[in-house]
Ligand binder design. Structure first.
Ligand code: TYD
Ligand code: MG
Length: 452
């Protein structure tokens, strides 16, 4: 009998060990090393006629290389195209990660239902009936979308050979299983083997493959980081499950920028593309409320107007509470200290709560000034004019610092009908003929003077 080959893998980082040990020496995680049975495939499974003929590569001058064949496939989803950098590149592997229930399956099913190409949607998680029920909510008539429920890669490739789809979607990589490796689905060696087989298939047939990947509690794609190294593009689908917005961003993209961002809204009939997010994020209230301020932020390359709400109240207990949702709590403390020191506000005995509406998290420093303005407004219980908006960073000495791409922010604010935008005096602005008033400020004291 042939000797069974086993090896030990860290389930957290994918590192390989010859024997078991309690702690992974690579990522320092405890109790993550698991024995997996491996059996190296004698010959690779995915064989197309071209792959048997070994083509030796010759060096070419860079401007002799023909790129005309690299036309991208349009996904008919403006947000998805934008994040990918203009569509799906033939032969590419795209990994879509996200928390359970965020809408990964919905997004890819929706895209495959819109495509005019022959798409094969392979699901190892749901039955064909369940997928059909979901598809009926989204778009019932499409004759080009095929659903396969299968987890064994060898069987999947058999079906692919018979069907010859233009795009293959796998939901999810963690459920796949290859006969060449004996360990269970979802283990490091299985994921590695299945992905390798899919990469080989994609590159040899120029068929794009979209993979869904689960993520772990701490936000990494479950299983190995290696998976992220192997694929061409890693997309992350995120958002608060209790809120309607979903944000799609590229963490890695071999064929485009990672600055782009796609925004969707989850509705009863699937995901809707949100082409003008600012209009939804800002509540259009008639009355002016204290503690609200609008920030002109950038998410990736997209300008986004965001509403910041602050509530300042007298502290009931000795130690005042400071809490922030969607904003870094340490940064909030810093801004409060700056307000106290530079603008003479006694916030030490006050509770301060901060909330970014819409359930989104912002780490653009340009939101600082809006945070300060909302705190001042709530503290004085005086509403800011509702057509004011802010885009500047606040420094430790109370100086108002410039932010990147300020002109883009100003134009977005103007488009949405704001009358005044507060920016740093040190920003270079060469815009002419703007309807919006650009209020230049240099110190936090100026803000206090103008607003209150
Ligand atoms: P799903 O795509 O199954 O998430 P994932 O594959 O990332 O685990 O989506 C799940 C959620 O989306 C589910 O809780 C229900 C909701 N949903 C809608 O609100 N409307 C719809 O039309 C669909 C299909 C799902
Ligand atoms: Mg799913």
């Amino acid at each position: 009998m042939a000797k069974v080959k086993t090896t030990f893998f860290c389930q957290s980082c994918g590192n390989q060990f010859a024997k078991w040990q309690g702690q992974c020496t690579a990522c320092k995680a405890w109790n993550t090393i698991v024995e997996e049975v491996i059996q190296k495939p004698e010959k690779s499974d995915w064989k197309s006629p071209t792959s048997t003929v070994k083509r030796a590569s010759v060096p070419l001058r860079i401007n002799e290389i023909d790129t005309s064949k690299e036309a991208r496939l349009d996904t008919f989803d403006a947000e998805f195209n934008r994040v990918l950098g203009g569509g799906i590149v033939p032969g590419s592997l795209t990994l879509l990660g996200g928390e359970p229930g965020i809408g990964k399956s919905t997004l890819l099913l929706q895209i495959s239902l819109k495509l005019p190409y022959k798409t094969l949607y392979v699901s190892g998680e749901e039955s064909q009936k369940q997928i059909k029920m979901r598809a009926e909510r989204i778009n019932p008539n499409n004759n080009n979308c095929y659903i396969l429920t299968e987890t064994k890669t060898q069987n999947i490739f058999k079906q692919i050979e018979a069907l010859e789809p233009d795009i293959v979607i796998i939901d999810s990589i963690q459920t796949l299983h290859s006969d060449y490796i004996e360990s269970s689905s979802g283990s490091i060696s299985q994921i590695k083997e299945c992905t390798t087989e899919l990469i080989k298939f994609a590159k040899e047939t120029a068929t794009p493959v979209l993979l869904i990947g689960h993520i772990t509690k701490d936000g990494h794609i479950a299983g190995p980081k290696i998976l992220e190294h192997m694929v061409d593009t890693v997309l992350q689908f995120e958002g608060d499950r209790n809120h309607v917005f979903r944000i799609l961003r590229a963490n890695k993209n071999r064929f485009g920028s990672t600055n782009e961002l796609g925004i969707y809204e989850m509705q009863g009939s699937g995901l809707r593309e949100v082409s003008n997010p600012s209009e939804i994020l800002i509540s259009k209230k008639d009355e002016e409320l204290s503690g609200n301020a609008i920030a002109a932020t950038l998410e990736g390359m997209r300008p986004l107007m965001i509403e910041v709400q602050a509530l300042v109240s007298t502290a009931v207990y000795g130690t005042p509470q400071r809490s922030a949702t969607g904003f870094n709590a340490k940064r909030l403390n810093m801004l409060l200290a700056v307000l106290e020191k530079r603008a003479g506000f006694r916030l030490g005995a006050k509770d301060v709560f901060l909330n970014i509406t819409g359930g989104i998290t912002v780490d653009d420093p340009a939101i600082d000034l809006a945070v300060v303005a909302s705190i001042l407004s709530s503290n004085e219980d005086e509403a800011l004019q509702k057509d004011f908006c802010f885009a500047a960073e606040v420094g430790l000495s109370g100086e108002i610092r410039p932010v990147q791409r300020v002109e883009q922010r100003i134009l977005e604010a103007e488009k949405l009908g704001f009358s005044t935008i507060f920016v740093s005096k040190y920003n270079k602005i060469s815009l002419k003929n703007t309807q919006i008033k650009i209020q230049l400020i240099s110190k936090i004291e100026d803000v206090v003077d103008i607003l209150l």
